[in-house]
Design a protein. Structure first.
Length: 57
């Protein structure tokens, strides 16, 4: 993902954060769609969740 494609210097901080959130949500949705198409597991929103046992979460 190219940051210059989603944010610019003339945006406010709130606009930049909103654009990043939207890009991340789009990436997660795309990963979910790809996983369903390929019949594989969906990538979690937070990959750090994969490094913890269920009791630690």
């Amino acid at each position: 993902m190219n940051a210059n494609a989603i944010i610019s210097n003339d945006m406010t901080l709130e606009e930049k954060l909103a654009a990043i959130d939207a890009a991340m949500a789009n990436a997660v949705q795309q990963a979910n769609d790809d996983a369903q198409t390929n019949g594989t597991a969906f990538a979690p929103l937070d990959p750090a969740d994969l490094t913890m046992c269920e009791g630690c979460q």
